[in-house]
Design a protein around this ligand. Structure first.
Ligand code: ADP
Ligand code: ADP
Length: 229
């Protein structure tokens, strides 16, 4: 059971007015919630609060019914894995880049994560890629491939909660759709939060929250939001 509850959460960065204002929402265990909204709405700040980079200024966040403040940073990171927008890859093989998610993982586990992230096809079609260096800043990989490495790396952590924080925002629409499809599959069995700019990129979510200026403006199914917008 890894449900998440935001209870009237507000947060301000230093010297700034409230970035997040009285945010209340739940993600039930095993469900997928999407948060969409324009740049600056406060979406990534939600991720940072969940990962305890910062603590809420007021209100509380509960994970499995316990205040996030009662978890150590270490235990929060055992519960939550984040797939970020821009992934830092090391000048090493894809296998080692994925293994970085959990250094103690066996080759079998790493290969399973690679398969689940649907990276095997890419790896197999270009056989050198698994073992050759990905190069400075991962330049040898396409944007879509890099995000698959990031997904595999996160899956390897075996956390009950997955957050995709603009994980497709730097991709073209073709790659974005392909990665969203992969996210749909890997999210199964996890409690997940998908953060994106545009509603149109969300292919499945139990509920979508539309945020603007630190507040939830609308909330509902994909259909509900399409009808209203
Ligand atoms: P989004 O992910 O929706 O684009 P963010 O959560 O990144 O929004 O940012 C929300 C607001 O907080 C923006 O106005 C942004 O400039 C501001 N902000 C983000 N990070 C910081 C920071 N480290 N210090 C000060 N302001 C920040
Ligand atoms: P995408 O359209 O998916 O972003 P790219 O045009 O970036 O793809 O890359 C297409 C293919 O070329 C990918 O398989 C990528 O790994 C490979 N590639 C891109 N840049 C380099 C490079 N500097 N050296 C070797 N291979 C590269």
């Amino acid at each position: 059971n890894a449900c998440i509850e935001f209870k009237n959460v507000s947060f301000s960065y230093q010297n700034k007015k409230n970035t997040i204002k009285g945010l209340t929402f739940n993600i039930e265990a095993g469900k997928k919630i999407a948060i969409v909204g324009p740049s600056g709405a406060g979406k990534s700040t939600i991720t940072k609060l969940l990962y305890r980079f910062y603590d809420a200024s007021s209100g509380d966040i509960l994970i499995s019914h316990k205040s996030i403040k009662s978890y150590s940073l270490d235990s929060v990171r055992k519960l939550i894995a984040i797939v970020p927008q821009d992934t830092v890859l090391f000048n090493n093989s894809i296998l080692e880049n994925v293994r970085y998610g959990r250094l103690s993982a066996t080759d079998k586990e790493v290969n399973k994560a690679i398969a689940d992230a649907q990276l095997s096809d890419f790896v197999n079609s270009l056989p050198d890629k698994l073992n050759t260096q990905v190069g400075e800043r991962g330049l040898k990989l396409s944007g879509g491939e890099k995000q698959r490495v990031a997904i595999a790396r996160s899956l390897l952590k075996n956390t009950p909660i997955l957050i995709f924080d603009e994980a497709t925002s730097s991709l073209d629409s073709h790659n974005e759709a392909a990665i969203m499809e992969t996210l749909k599959q890997v999210a199964t069995g996890h409690t997940s939060l998908v953060i994106a700019h545009r509603l149109s990129t969300i292919i499945d979510a139990d509920e979508i929250l539309y945020m603007e200026k630190g507040k939830i403006k609308e909330q509902g199914t994909h259909q509900d939001l399409l009808v209203k917008n």
